[in-house]
Ligand binder design. Sequence first.
Ligand SMILES: [Mg+2]
Length: 231
Amino acid sequence: MRFRKLLFDADGTLWDFNASARLSIGNGFKRRGYDYPDTVYKRYEVINKGLWERYERGEMPRDRVLVERFELLFAELGIQEDAAAFENEFRQGLEENPIWMEGAEDLLRRLRPDYEIYIVTNGVGDTQRRRIALTGLDRYVDGIFISDEIGAQKPQGAFFDYVLSHIGPCETQELLLIGDSLSADILGANHAGIPACWFNPERLPLSGSAHPDYEIHALPDLMTVLTAPAS
Ligand SMILES: [Mg+2]
């Protein structure tokens, strides 16, 4: 077997962040007595994306993005609500409602007998541990690495050095990292010399300086990568 140890990102890879966001906003709307048709979340996605693009261009601070996305959404819908309070509730809801990515739990179950499985995630320790417990992700893994607890984050070399020194002796070529972020997961793996599989369900174009060795659009397709002959 070519790969022996699999390093999985969590958010956006094993957990469906969009599904959690959709649910959390819906809960906020319902608590306040508003309808929550599909169009609301679609508008939120457009507004949210636009604001994060402005943030990335340096036009807006992060804290402003978080609140303004709901100010703009409420303004469009003609709703009078406290956007900052809604944002707080929203983010708490995200923490409390992790949702498996389609096919993720089934995939881990299939891989479990044949591979060592590790989680490599950027995030707050308490939050990630709680979400791991809520989804039962810990049942399927041999180790969990959280940036907050390590003191370094993907794509930093220090994060991967720590992981490599804690998963037992192996060649980096026996590892495969699976993640949705080019800039955190794939770039970090590239620098650490670890083969990388880009999970790209939205079929985004390749951008930046990351070089995925493999690309999949659905999690079950990882089986094809793992069983393919070494090139
Ligand atoms: Mg991710």
